[in-house]
Design a protein around this ligand. Structure first.
Ligand code: UDP
Length: 315
């Protein structure tokens, strides 16, 4: 039987890359965790080690349909997040962010639960300023191939704020910048997983464009620590940027991965996808100030752990 102070926490997208690490962390703090996922872009293997935990439940469910549960907290992480996955069925991607958020906000309202939205640096689009702080309103092409994700996540932020103002819901919004680590999907087309898998297999390293575009990569353990801190900090709403401000060009990243994997793969250049942001770097002063957080794991350390994971997966 559940003890009186044990929380029931719903994690949507709980068997995805970030969601599964979050479920693990919440279970280790003694909570009951309900993981909901439609398994569209995630893998049930991610939750293999949790499935026998008596405090863990898994439901295969698509949050674009209503969900009736009794919970105390909700983390809304459901949405395909890599460009190839979210562009595969753009209408469903928008529905997940919009109908999904409406359903989860309705559930939070009925159960009087605190609710966390996994937002994204993509709300800044192809930014004109760098680093990006939370006050920057972004430059997103409403008609482009990334819009189904970017505009969906922007609309979700709007919904969260309207439920906060209109219904006094206790909300948290984090804008998550590029994150990497074990349990990334090997075929999700993201730069870290692509480069590591290519380097391990001796395949060509595919750089899109000239490789001078930048990204800033945060290791999964640092991200999870910040998410839990944001949820547990009273009287804040966000949005709060979460990411590692160490910025790197994609070509530098390719060279670093070749070096760390000791690979002889060649670098080749391919067409840059439409609307691919030229820069991306978080200003994390707000996170430092209000949740006393900054990432601790360097890119070299994090990549080494991620390479180890992909070697075990591919061998
Ligand atoms: N990228 C690349 N080669 C790849 C995959 C991605 O050069 O095999 C580039 C991509 O064009 C982008 C950056 O790496 O500029 C990050 O891409 P990712 O899909 O990981 O994330 P996002 O664009 O959403 O930040």
């Amino acid at each position: 039987m559940k003890s009186l102070n044990q929380k029931s926490i719903l994690v949507t997208g709980g068997s995805g890359f970030i969601g599964s690490h979050l479920c693990e962390n919440l279970l280790s703090s003694g909570n009951n965790v309900i993981c909901v996922d439609n398994l569209f872009s995630s893998n049930k293997n991610n939750i293999n080690s949790l499935i026998n935990n008596k405090n863990f439940e898994f439901y295969r469910h698509d949050i674009t349909f209503p969900l009736y549960l009794e919970v105390n907290q909700i983390f809304n992480f459901a949405c395909p997040a890599s460009p190839i996955h979210y562009q595969y069925d753009p209408v469903q991607t928008l529905k997940t962010s919009i109908h999904g958020s409406i359903n989860m906000l309705g559930l939070a309202k009925r159960t009087n639960s605190k609710i966390f939205q996994a937002s994204t640096s993509e709300v800044y689009g192809d930014p004109e300023i760098s680093p990006q702080s939370e006050s920057y309103t972004g430059k997103v092409n409403t008609l482009g191939p990334r819009a189904c994700y970017d505009e969906g996540k922007r609309a979700a932020e709007t919904l969260f704020f309207d439920y906060y103002r209109q219904h006094k819901l206790d909300i948290r919004i984090a804008r998550i910048f590029n994150t990497y680590g074990p349990r990334m999907h090997p075929n999700d087309g993201r730069v870290v997983s692509n480069f590591i898998c290519q380097a391990i297999k001796g395949d060509d390293i595919t750089i899109y464009g000239n490789g001078n575009q930048t990204r800033s990569f945060c290791y999964i353990d640092d991200l999870i620590e910040s998410i839990v801190k944001i949820m547990n900090t009273p009287n804040i709403t966000g949005p709060i940027n979460i990411g590692n401000p160490q910025e790197i060009t994609i070509i530098e990243l390719a060279k670093k991965i070749l070096d760390l994997t000791n690979s002889k793969s060649n670098i080749i250049f391919k067409k840059l996808p439409e609307d691919d942001p030229k820069v991306r770097c978080p200003d994390i002063s707000l996170a430092k100030k209000i949740i006393d957080w900054e990432p601790k794991i360097t890119l070299d350390e994090g990549l080494t752990k991620t390479i180890k994971y992909f070697r075990s997966l591919l061998n």
